[in-house]
Each structure stands twice: as structure tokens, then as C-alpha cells.
Design a protein around this ligand. Sequence first.
Ligand SMILES: *Cc1c(COP(=O)(O)O)cnc(C)c1O
Length: 371
Amino acid sequence: MTDLQLPDNPYLLLTPGPLSTTKRVKAAMLKDWCTWDKEYNQLVQGIRAKLTKLASTEPGRYTAVLMQGSGTFSVESVIGSVVPDGGRLLVLVNGAYGKRVAQIAEVLRIDTTVLDLGETGYAEPAEVEAALAADPAITHVAFVHGETTTGMLNPLSELAQAVKRSGRILIVDAMSSFGGVEIDMAELDIDFLISSSNKCIQGVPGFGFIVANRERLERCKGVARSLSLDLFDQWDTMERQDGKWRFTSPTHVVRAFDEALRELEEEGGIAARQRRYTRNHQTLVEGMERLGFRTLLPKAMQSPIITSFYYPESEKFSFEAFYQLMKQEGFVLYPGKITAASTFRIGHIGDVRPEDMERLLEAVERNRFWL
Ligand SMILES: *Cc1c(COP(=O)(O)O)cnc(C)c1O
């Protein structure tokens, strides 16, 4: 596999997905596969089984569904297929992705309460517990684990406990954390967990996936507000027809994802990947601080996924100029997405190592035009 004549990447993507993938993952896409062939369906079944094992220590209680589209399609599929008419959804918002969950619910005309924590506000479990105690009509709670907007890692375990103590159904957008941060759905009693092909599993974009508590999902028949995003129907078909998708599936992307799962295994699983991402993050932050940058969030809130930095305090700084220089150096950075402060982001997930962070830091040092 090493002597494949695949072109080199023009730059390293330091973005939170799509991200830099290996040649091996990309090479898996060089063949055309039939979508209804048995061999392909078996591959899909293998992926589904692996996902339940990665997500939980009790895989038998969980089941996985693959859904065409970007990650948002899977979020919309869950929200629209799980909260029944007459249900009420509580959404915690401390960034753009939490806001997107609330927006999906609004578009679908689902009765929704938003707990707005502010752009960099920390989700306090006590606050969530109080909101749930105050409104018995709330049936479901949704929040984002790694809020990619800022790089904040919300306290999954404490929040899950707060939700489960009050017996609500729990939906977690773990899009940018699953595969890069250890999560045990069984221990935390998470009902629905959502992620996608192009984040920490290190595949390419094209589908999302949902790992669900099997019993919970079985009760979702007929709830969906959409045909193509009907989570139950998608699952029921995959389950009963042994890995068949209802509609055209992204065959090449699924192949690449299968290869990416093998690579994850070879790396040593999620724990090993989390260690690599954490080293990336630490190398980056230490180096950037040495070069005069400051992080947006305190260390305790930061994820090993992506880090937000304030612009340097200099009138000569322009992100656009910095971005172009870094791109010429072979690194694609990510603009900030919050309104309260001028920030940019550097992702450290994907086929990226601490050595790459060192190279990036040298490139930043060479290009400090704002000094
Ligand atoms: C990437 C991401 C999504 C989905 O974004 P898409 O562009 O639809 O793939 C959702 N939530 C979080 C936290 C994400 O990081």
C-alpha cells in the first residue's frame, strides 16, 4: 500500500473535518462498489458492529445506523425521528452546533426549550438539573459534547448523570469527539449518540452515523417528520435486510471509512488516538504561548480536538494574511466563529502528529509579520 501513486496533499488540514486522511484511506475509494451486493452489505454490517463496540462496553444493548449526508443530516434525523409529537426537547447551547440542534427542532416545529449558556459559558450540571426539575414536560435533552465552535469539551459524564437522574432521554452530538475521546454509552446511559465519517474516525465526508440504545430506537417507528431522514426506517432496513441502505449509499466513502476503522484499531483504539490528539494539542498550545498567543478557553475546558486562539494584540495582524502565509507553508487553519472576541482556530485531529505541530510552530515563528 505504501508505493501507491496517489498525489500528496497540497497542505495539511488543521480543520475539524474534513481533515487530513491517510493515503490508505483514500486508496480504498479507487474501486467502484455495488450498493446492493452482499459483500458490500456485509462490510456495512461489520462497520455497524464495530461502531457499537467503540461506543460502549455493552455493545449488545446498542445498535448503529449509517445515514447519508453530512453530520447535520444525522443530527436532524435523530431530532426529527426521536422526539414524538407532544414531547418537549431541552437543548443546551454554548456554541454554533448547539444552536444548530435548536434550529433543527424549530424548523421541525418540535416544542423546544433552549438553555443558552453563552458562547463560552460552561454547562453546569446543576443548572441543567434545575431546568429539568422546573419543567416536567421535558422528555428529551440534547447537547453537544465537543463544541467545535470554541474547542470546548462539555462535561459529558456530569451532564449525562444530571439528565438520567431525572429519567429523560439523552441525545448527544458527539460529532467532533467520538473516536478521539473515550465515551462509554453504557456507563453514561446515553440513548442516542451522533457522529460522522469525516471527524475523529478519520474517514472522508459523505455520511453520518448514530449509535442508539436499541430498545429506545425500537420505539421510534412512525415518529419521523421526514422520509429520507427517518432514523427508524433506515435502521429497520439495515437491520432486516442485513446491511442494506434504503437509498443510494456513498459506497466509496463507506469503503474508506472501513479502512479508517482498521487504522484506528491498529493505532491502539480510541484511547491511543486520544493520547495522540492530546499530545498534538499540548505541543500546539505550549508552542503558541511561547510565541505570544493566548487561548480563548481556560485549560480545563479545552478539548484535544481543536483550540481557539485570540488574535495577537497588534494592529498589524490580519487573519486573512496569516491564513494565506500559513497555507503557503502547508497548513490550513480555521477562522473563529464567535462574535464576542477575535479568534482563530487550529484543529489537531486527523492524520496529524506532534511533529506536524512542531513544523507548524516553526512556520508561525517565521511569519510573525505583526511584531
Ligand atoms: C462537524 C460538526 C457537526 C456537523 O457538521 P456538518 O458540516 O454537517 O458535517 C455537528 N456538530 C459538531 C459539534 C460538529 O463538530
